[in-house]
Each structure stands twice: as structure tokens, then as C-alpha cells.
Design a protein around this ligand. Structure first.
Ligand SMILES: *Cc1c(COP(=O)(O)O)cnc(C)c1O
Length: 380
């Protein structure tokens, strides 16, 4: 082994000692296991109608788009999905990216520049953090959902330059909802724009499932409504909905949009169908919310400590990373897959089991999961 590789192994060894080394596994490895960690909240990734829509789009347009949107890869399907998403989010227009990760990276880095200031919740998703880093704007981190801290930081910010407050709508590791009424209020007082990452709220919260802004009735106060197609919508891709000017700007300045092959036809066909189902059949989001409530109540009865919340993401806080891993292994021994989430994804001392519910979990599956949690608390 040469020095180059030895230095990499040393870094891996350091992670291993802290119990933080990660391994991949295929979900098919054990098909007896019950999965409580998917972001496929509504079960639409396997829905027959969504699958058929993907197949139809592939039959009509092929498996790949063959180019970027600005060259030869722009299909009417892409434009139709963008206008559906824009209308759903109450905005003039929308822009698709190849993933939610790239939507955040491309949007934040294109809109914000040196001399501007970004105010970012400390628990925001990594893709927001990376977008802030790439933008070269000053980034001010405020304490999680702490409106006094946000106001203080807005108050102390340099007066010149653009200001953007960016937050997850539903926080991916805690499952709580951002206080958007207060955030949009502060933004209007201090002349800032608001960007909301609704990866986990789209399809779940709000009258039509449009997300956090709809849930609170503050869509007009959210300038940039970002989301992904990879969670409740059950495919892949990301988007931002905003004013026509902003979207036109992003089409010209967001590098992950300009320099990447557009999403493939099957993905877009499936997404169009999934959004239609979400908008017309509220029973899916009602079911996932009811399932989450059932598990939350059951886990609390077993004595587990959960972070307060009402969404399909349940954060069962264990504490030490190694213990969380033990609990997760024990659950798996009992046929339940719910991963331990450790630093650096979450703060030290708050390692947890992240349980996510889906509309297609049955009562029987949830009862078996609760039994596994009961066994884990006895064994550990
Ligand atoms: C999953 C997620 C993303 C990234 O979306 P992908 O489509 O998986 O790239 C961005 N933000 C949040 C909050 C997420 O949970």
C-alpha cells in the first residue's frame, strides 16, 4: 500500500473507532424484513398506475432524454411537469433538476453571491449546506427553529446585499415542522427572501399535499419552494417553484441545470401520475399520518423518548452512537429495518433510530415493529 492509500485507510480507521463507519446493503438481502426507513411515504414508487405511466413514457420517448434541457433534451413532458408543480405550489413557474440535492446546490449557488447573506437553520439538509458553501455568500447559522436567534442575526447582518433565509420544511432527522409563519414574518420585516426545502413535506402536509407553506397558509411569503420527486412522489429528481423571473434566471445561471442531461422520460411520466394521485386522493396522506400517530403512541408507551412531531418521521433518541447501532441491530434480528442515525448526520449524543412510516404499512406490520422495539429495550 502506498502513502496515498494509507492515508485513506487511516481516515477509515478513525471512523471505525468511533463506531461511525458506514456500510451499504441491498434492501433485497432479506425479504422477510419489514422496512421502516423508506422515504416512499405514500407507497407510490410501487403503485401500479405510476409504474404504467413510466412504461408509457418510455414507450413513447425512450429510456434517456439524450441531452440537456437547453440543447436536445427538452420534452413537452418536462414542461408539463414544471407547470403542474408550479401551480401546485402557487407559483408562476418551476424548474426541474436531476435530484433534490442538485436543486438546492444549483439554486442557492446561483442566486446568492459574495456580498449577500444566507441565514440557515443549523439542522438543514447537507444539500443546503453545500449550496451555501458553493455560493460564496456569507452564511449565518441560526439555532434550530429558534426565532429569537434568527431575529438577532437578521438584525446584526450587514445591510448591503441580498438576504435569504433557508430552512427545511420538515426536518429530515427530527421530523418536526419549521415555524414558517414566524420565519416569513421576520423575512418581510428584515427584507429577506425565504426558501423552503419541502423534501419531506410535499405530498404529506397541507390541504392538497403541497407542503409546509400550504399547511400554514403562507405560500405568498415563501419565495422559493424547493422539493424532490424522490420521496412521496416516488421517483427521482428535484425542483424549485418561484416567480417567472427567478425561474428564467435559474435556467440561465444554475449550473446543475445547464450542464446536466435532463431527467429521463420514464421518471417524468411517473412523477406526473404520482402528483395527480396525491392531489386527487387525500386518503394516502391521511393514512400515513394515522400510521405515524399509531407508532408514536406505541413507542412512547414502551418508554422510548421521541422528538416532538406530527409527521411520518419519528426520531427515537437513544444517545450514544454505539448504543443506537446496537438497538438497530437488535430490531433487525427481530425482522425490522430502522437505521441508526449517527454523527455527523445528527449532533453528538443524539444518535437515534429513525423510523419512517408509509401509507402502505399495515397494522400488523406496525405491531410487529413495536414488539421488536419492546424486545430491544429488554435486551439492551
Ligand atoms: C432527501 C433530501 C434532499 C435531497 O433530495 P434527493 O432527491 O434525494 O437528491 C434534499 N433535502 C432534504 C431535506 C432531503 O431530505
Amino acid at each position: 500500500m502506498d502513502e496515498f492509500e494509507a492515508s485513506l485507510c487511516l481516515a477509515l480507521e478513525t471512523k471505525k473507532e468511533k463506531g461511525l463507519l458506514r456500510h451499504m446493503r441491498t434492501v433485497e438481502e432479506n425479504n422477510e424484513i419489514n422496512i421502516f426507513s423508506s422515504n416512499n411515504y405514500l407507497g407510490l414508487a410501487r403503485d401500479e398506475r405510476v409504474r404504467q405511466a413510466a412504461i408509457q413514457a418510455i414507450e413513447a420517448y425512450g429510456t434517456g432524454s439524450g441531452g440537456s434541457r437547453l440543447t436536445t433534451g427538452n420534452l413537452s413532458l418536462h414542461e408539463r411537469l414544471e407547470s403542474v408543480l408550479a401551480a401546485w405550489k402557487g407559483k408562476e413557474d418551476a424548474i426541474l433538476f436531476s435530484s433534490g440535492y442538485l436543486a438546492n446546490l444549483g439554486t442557492i449557488s446561483a442566486l446568492m453571491m459574495s456580498g449577500d447573506t444566507i441565514f440557515s437553520d443549523e439542522l438543514n439538509h447537507a444539500s443546503i449546506i453545500d449550496g451555501c458553501r458553493m455560493s460564496r455568500a456569507r452564511t449565518v447559522i441560526y439555532r434550530h427553529a429558534d426565532m429569537r436567534d434568527l431575529e438577532l442575526k437578521l438584525c446584526n447582518a450587514a445591510p448591503e446585499g441580498k438576504k435569504l433565509i433557508v430552512t427545511d420544511g420538515v426536518f429530515s432527522m427530527d421530523g418536526n415542522i419549521a415555524p414558517l409563519p414566524e420565519i416569513t414574518q421576520l423575512a418581510s420585516v428584515y427584507g429577506a427572501w425565504v426558501m423552503v426545502d419541502d423534501a419531506h413535506a410535499t405530498g404529506i402536509l397541507g390541504e392538497t399535499g403541497a407542503g409546509t407553506a400550504e399547511y400554514f397558509g403562507v405560500s405568498d411569503g415563501v419565495h422559493l419552494a424547493m422539493g424532490t420527486l424522490s420521496k412521496s412522489i416516488g421517483t427521482e429528481g428535484g425542483y424549485v417553484a418561484a416567480s417567472a423571473n427567478v425561474i428564467q434566471y435559474l435556467r440561465n445561471y444554475a449550473r446543475p441545470f445547464i450542464f446536466q442531461t435532463s431527467l429521463s422520460p420514464g421518471v417524468i411520466g411517473a412523477a406526473l401520475k404520482a402528483v395527480e394521485i396525491i392531489q386527487t386522493e387525500p386518503v394516502y396522506r391521511q393514512r400515513v399520518m394515522a400510521n405515524a400517530e399509531y407508532m408514536r403512541t406505541g413507542l412512547r408507551k414502551l418508554g422510548y423518548r421521541l422528538i416532538e412531531g406530527t409527521t411520518p418521521i419519528l426520531a427515537v433518541v437513544i444517545g450514544e452512537a454505539k448504543r443506537a447501532v446496537e438497538v438497530s441491530r437488535c430490531l433487525e434480528g427481530h425482522g425490522v429495518f430502522a437505521p441508526a442515525i449517527r454523527p455527523p448526520t445528527v449532533p453528538e449524543g443524539t444518535s437515534r433510530i429513525r423510523v419512517t412510516l408509509s401509507a402502505v404499512h399495515t397494522r400488523d406490520e406496525m405491531d410487529r415493529a413495536l414488539a421488536a422495539f419492546a424486545a430491544a429495550s429488554n435486551e439492551i
